[in-house]
Design a binder for this molecule. Structure first.
Ligand code: B16
Ligand code: MG
Length: 220
C-alpha cells in the first residue's frame, strides 16, 4: 500500500527545461519589430512571470502605449513565434539529472505535479517525453492568479491529495519561491542562491541533489 503523504511539485521553465532562451528570442523579435532592444538581463525579469505581465513589462521597457487590440495581437504573435522556436525540442533539452529525480520519486509511488505559469506546459512535456511522470499538470490555463500568488501550487496539492505543508516545490524564479512559501510548502530554489535567498533549500541544479536528501523530505 502507498502510505506516502508527500507530494513533489516541479516548475517547468528553468527547472525541467531551459525554455527561457526561446521565450527570449520571441520577445526580442517583437521588441525589434516595435523598434527597441531587449537584452538578456531584461529577460531575467520575465522568469516565472505570466505572458500577459511579460508583455506589459516589455512595453514599459520600450516606452510603448498599446491599445487593447494591439496588446492582444502582440500576445498572439509572441506565442506563435515561441511555438515555432520550441517546435523541435526533444529530450536532449531536459536539464541535467531531472529524469533521475523523477524516476526515483516515481519508483517510490510519490505523487508528482507540474506547477507552471506557462500555457504551453503540456506540449513541452510531451516533446521532451516526460509527461508520463506527472500525476497532474497545473499551468497557466488553470489559474486566475499568477505567481507569487500560491494558487498554482495549492491547486496542485489538492489534485495530488497531499496537504500543502507536505508538498515540496522546485522553483527557479523569485516569484515562484514566494508562491511556494505563501502556500506553506517546502521551497527548493534551483539556480542562484543569492537570487533565491527566500528558499528553504538552494541548489545550483539537480546534479547537486542527492537521493538521500530527497529521502529526508519524504513524510511517511
Ligand atoms: P507561456 P514557468 C514561465 O514558465 C516562464 O518562466 C515565463 O517566462 C513565461 O512568460 C511563462 O511561463 C508563461 O509562458 O507564454 O508559455 O504561457 O517558469 O512558470 O514554468
Ligand atoms: Mg521557472
Amino acid at each position: 500500500m502507498n502510505n506516502i503523504k508527500t507530494g513533489f511539485i516541479f516548475d517547468l521553465d528553468g527547472v525541467i527545461v531551459d525554455t527561457a532562451k526561446y521565450h527570449y528570442l520571441a520577445w526580442r523579435k517583437l521588441a525589434h519589430e516595435l523598434g527597441f532592444e531587449f537584452t538578456h538581463e531584461q529577460n531575467e525579469l520575465f522568469k516565472g512571470v505570466s505572458r500577459k505581465r511579460c508583455l506589459e513589462i516589455l512595453l514599459d521597457i520600450g516606452g510603448i502605449k498599446a491599445t487593447q487590440e494591439q496588446f492582444d495581437t502582440w500576445m498572439i504573435e509572441k506565442n506563435v513565434d515561441y511555438l515555432a522556436y520550441i517546435e523541435n525540442m526533444n529530450a536532449s533539452e531536459i536539464l541535467p539529472d531531472v529524469p533521475k529525480v523523477l524516476e526515483y520519486l516515481k519508483n517510490k509511488n510519490i505523487p508528482i505535479a507540474l506547477g507552471s505559469a506557462s500555457k504551453n506546459a503540456k506540449p513541452i512535456l510531451e516533446k521532451v517525453n516526460l509527461l508520463s511522470y506527472f500525476n497532474t499538470i497545473v499551468d497557466g490555463n488553470n489559474v486566475t492568479k499568477a505567481k507569487p500568488d500560491p494558487e498554482v501550487f495549492l491547486i496542485a496539492a489538492e489534485q495530488l491529495g497531499v496537504a500543502p505543508s507536505n508538498c515540496i516545490v522546485f522553483e527557479d524564479a523569485v516569484a515562484g519561491i514566494e508562491a511556494a512559501n505563501a502556500a506553506h510548502m517546502v521551497s527548493i530554489g534551483i539556480g542562484d542562491a543569492n537570487t533565491l535567498s527566500e528558499a528553504k533549500y538552494n541548489f545550483k541544479d539537480f546534479t547537486e541533489i542527492s537521493l538521500a536528501f530527497l529521502d529526508t523530505l519524504i513524510v511517511h
